[in-house]
Design a binder for this molecule. Structure first.
Ligand SMILES: [Zn+2]
Length: 439
């Protein structure tokens, strides 16, 4: 098996200064390294306490013309090009520090950010990358004819059709997004705007930093820009750049093929939201395990006929199987309504280890009763040895409690080896000793 891809951050702090698109003011942006699982965060160095904003879809505020994220009253605008460069160049974790509410726009492409990332360097970290694996086809569409489809693929690809008003400048490009392909084919593609869209904004002085130096303006059939087109299909390339930047808000890498028709920030964000929701759903659903039923099991009523314990101390829902006379498996589904979660610990509910030992003891007792074939004697729990708690048990977990009688000495003593399993991993184990007394 190939070694897992590792998370990456920037090698050192690096920055540059330029003009912010909307305010026209000078803006300085600096990239800082960040630890594993940090993700990309923006930091407003110009504000008190230097608040940070997670580059996550939950923080998306507006998608008109550019992508704005925010937390509380703090905003950062036009984040898509710097996010696209970080993501496509393989940076998983970084702080993007700015001294205003918008990154410097550069020439309207992602080249300034690619240069910056090259200056800072990209270094591997010690943890593997997190991926979103596309399993089923997902899509978003809008009334304006936009369609984005995400298909299963073991790489990250984008196939995009761009079409302007009246289908002017219809262009298509399909590309696998790798750092090299991004740098060469996508990053140099500049922002383009339609004259009829920007005229009212220019009149209202809302794009003070906008000029033919950082955008291509399309007026009718004419293309106005300071330097000639960098690619005959520069527009569709920029559309792909924006898709990468907006999908970076998912916060993990996507394995899938995005097929986009007439995409825009709103639909890109809708797809990012859909992927995030699916990822959240997958994380919340524990690996499902069918609970076997059939001969040899005990339902809750039967368990309660054997065990004297009752709520909140009955720690076995049912016995799902007996294996010979000396082994059995019980099951207990742990919900947030368990009384022990209220105090252990508020805000961070974890099932107490002693309750797992109690669960093991109850399952072992059922074995003992089966063996003794009588309920006229009661088994007392004498000692617990080799107790280990390996993983926390959380609300929503289903615990499979395994017990095996390993020794019964005379009529009076018995020893059971037990362990608890959640999602195929052992969470706790113990060796328990019992003695029998007549009731
Ligand atoms: Zn853009």
């Amino acid at each position: 098996m190939a070694a897992p891809e590792l998370q990456q951050t920037v090698g050192k702090i690096a920055g540059f200064t330029g003009t912010a698109l909307h305010t026209g003011e000078k803006a300085t942006l600096r990239l800082h390294p960040a630890p594993v699982d940090h993700g990309i965060k923006f930091r407003r160095k110009d504000l008190q306490d230097e608040p940070t904003i997670d580059a996550k879809i939950e923080n998306l505020k507006t998608v008109e013309r550019a992508t704005t994220i925010g937390e509380g009253s703090v905003r950062v605008h036009t984040v898509e090009h710097v996010l696209a460069a970080l993501w496509a160049m393989g940076v998983d974790n970084a702080i993007v520090e700015m001294d205003t509410n918008e990154p410097p726009i550069g020439d309207g492409s992602a080249l300034v950010y690619v240069d910056l990332i090259r200056k800072a360097g990209v270094v591997a970290q010690e943890e593997p990358r997190k991926f979103f694996e596309t399993r089923d086809t997902m899509h978003v569409e809008s009334k304006t004819g936009t369609l984005l489809v995400l298909l299963p693929d073991n790489k990250f690809r984008i196939s995009c059709t761009q079409a302007g008003p009246n289908n002017r400048f219809t262009q298509f490009l399909s590309i696998e997004v790798t750092p090299a392909a991004f740098e060469r084919e996508i990053a140099p593609a500049r922002t383009f705007v339609y004259y009829e869209d920007v005229k009212p904004l220019m009149d209202k002085n809302l794009i003070k930093g906008g000029s033919l130096e950082n955008a291509i303006v399309v007026r009718g059939e004419a293309v106005l820009s300071k330097e000639p087109l960098r690619f005959p299909d520069e527009f569709v390339r920029h559309k792909i750049l924006d898709i990468i930047g907006d999908l970076a808000l998912v916060g993990r890498r996507i394995r899938g093929h995005v097929v986009a028709v007439k995409p825009g920030h709103a639909s890109n964000a809708d797809l990012a939201r859909l992927v995030t929701r699916e990822q959240t759903r997958r994380s919340a659903v524990a690996v499902s395990r069918p609970i076997p039923t059939g001969d040899g099991g005990l339902d809750t009523d039967q368990v309660m006929q054997i065990l004297p314990h009752r709520f909140p101390f009955l720690m076995v829902d049912r016995i799902i199987s007996f294996d010979t006379e000396t082994k059995c498996v019980g099951v207990k589904t742990v919900t947030i309504n368990e009384p022990f979660f209220q105090g252990h610990f508020p805000g961070h509910p974890v099932m107490p280890g002693v309750m797992q030992v109690e669960a093991m003891a109850q399952v072992a007792s059922i074995l003992l009763f089966k063996l003794a074939k009588t309920t006229s004697r009661i088994g007392y729990f004498m000692s617990a040895d080799e107790v280990k708690f390996r993983k926390p048990v959380l609300p929503g977990d289903t615990i499979f409690i395994h017990a095996e009688l390993i020794k019964s000495r005379g009529e009076r003593l018995a020893k059971a080896k037990c362990h608890c399993v959640v999602n195929d991993a052992i969470v706790s184990e113990a060796e328990l000793m019992f003695t029998f007394l007549d009731k």
